[in-house]
Design a protein around this ligand. Structure first.
Ligand SMILES: *Cc1c(COP(=O)(O)O)cnc(C)c1O
Length: 361
């Protein structure tokens, strides 16, 4: 099977082997050693000196953690959205009583830093900004460096959904002043779903001290005090921690700049491959993502039938469009454990099946 969706992503054999290992005491010395080591490696990959925690939940759980640990009901928040996941971040904050001002951009485009500047200048009560680094639903990577400069100019708290970027696309957390950054194990980290990783800045800790939204399971303060003992507050997904430890060693061996460069090559290779078939990209190519490519379903082709035939007959698994993009686009994931041959296989399979997946036939 060629699983080319933007998560869960395929795992290397070594990782699959590791997640099948026997349990250990999560309050014992071996786990302490494991957690201490992976936390250090994660800090390197996040390019941060901030606290980094490993939470047992999916990425959305970590987005929720970012909100409940830093905000209070009634806080004014700017929700910058370029797609499904930007909207989700805003909804989470709203669910917990934040007063969310939405700044939505046309899907397929990136957020405009000048518009963010305008929104912040117009509304000094805004306390925090929610941003998606890589919008997986549209295949767009925001210029987070530029966005963060604007947010920091105004001294606001910056909460970043980097679930499908960090680990694959460069995100220097400290250089860009990102206060809370969240990601999930099943995206670029080559690990099964079950863990989320999050960084927390000093400014985020100040916000934490004042935040009034109730929190228990997701409490960063508890995560910090337990990490000092080499533990997590609650029973972690031990098997996935085993897998993450192996994946991080593999990532360290490949080297961070090589990983970013490989994703850059894979992104370009995927885009040129689908364009070579006469297909068009959904995303503004200037901001096209190096982890997921969104492709317009061409006229006369039934997108769902195309994906079904490729899956059933060739074992090539792509993602459809989410929400209002259902049936209009399909998406190719090229993050984590991915190399050119798997993408070449996707392109060749598309070449074969596009003519076979005619609409209304
Ligand atoms: C996958 C993804 C999520 C959701 O993560 P889950 O692990 O499914 O909860 C959120 N944001 C982005 C950008 C994603 O790619």
């Amino acid at each position: 099977m060629n699983l080319r969706i933007p998560g869960p992503t395929p795992c290397p054999e070594e990782v699959l082997h590791a997640v099948g290992k026997q349990m250990i005491n999560h309050r014992g010395p071996e786990f302490c050693e494991l957690l201490t080591k992976i936390t250090g490696q994660l800090k390197d990959l996040f390019q941060t000196k901030n606290d980094v925690f490993v939470l047992t939940c999916s990425g959305t759980g970590a987005m929720e953690a970012a909100v409940v640990n830093t905000l209070s009901p009634g806080d004014r928040v700017l929700g910058v959205s370029i797609g499904v996941f930007g909207e989700r971040f805003a909804q989470i904050a709203e669910t917990y009583g934040a007063d969310v001002k939405r700044l939505d951009f046309e899907w397929g485009t990136a957020a405009d830093p000048e518009a963010v500047r305008g929104a912040l200048a117009a509304d000094p009560a805004i306390k925090a900004v929610l941003v998606t680094h890589n919008e997986t639903s549209t295949g767009v990577t925001n210029d987070l460096g530029a966005l963060s400069r604007v947010v920091k100019e105004f001294g606001k708290l910056l909460l970043v959904d980097a679930i499908s970027s960090i680990g694959s696309i460069d995100l220097p957390v400290d250089k860009w002043g990102c206060d809370v950054v969240v990601t999930g194990s099943q995206k670029g980290w080559m690990v099964p779903p079950g863990l989320a990783m999050v960084s927390v800045s000093a400014k985020a800790w100040d916000a934490y001290a004042a935040a009034k939204i109730p929190r228990f399971y997701m409490d960063f303060g508890k995560a910090k005090s337990y990490l000092e003992k080499g533990q997590t507050p609650w029973t972690p997904a031990v098997s996935i921690v085993y897998g993450l430890a192996v994946a991080l060693d593999l990532m360290q061996a490949e080297g961070w700049t090589n990983i970013i460069a490989r994703h850059g090559r894979l992104g370009a290779f995927t885009r040129s491959g689908v364009k070579g078939l006469g297909l068009s990209l959904y995303a503004d190519e200037k901001y096209a993502s190096n982890t997921v490519t969104a492709v317009n379903v061409p006229p006369g082709v039934d997108g769902k039938k195309l994906l079904r035939m490729m899956r059933e007959e060739k074992g090539v698994v792509l993602s459809g469009g989410q929400s209002r993009l259902d049936g209009k686009i399909f998406r190719v994931g090229h993050l984590g454990y991915c190399h050119e041959p798997e993408i070449a296989n996707v392109v060749e399979t598309l070449r074969e099946y596009l003519p076979k997946a005619k609409a209304n036939s």
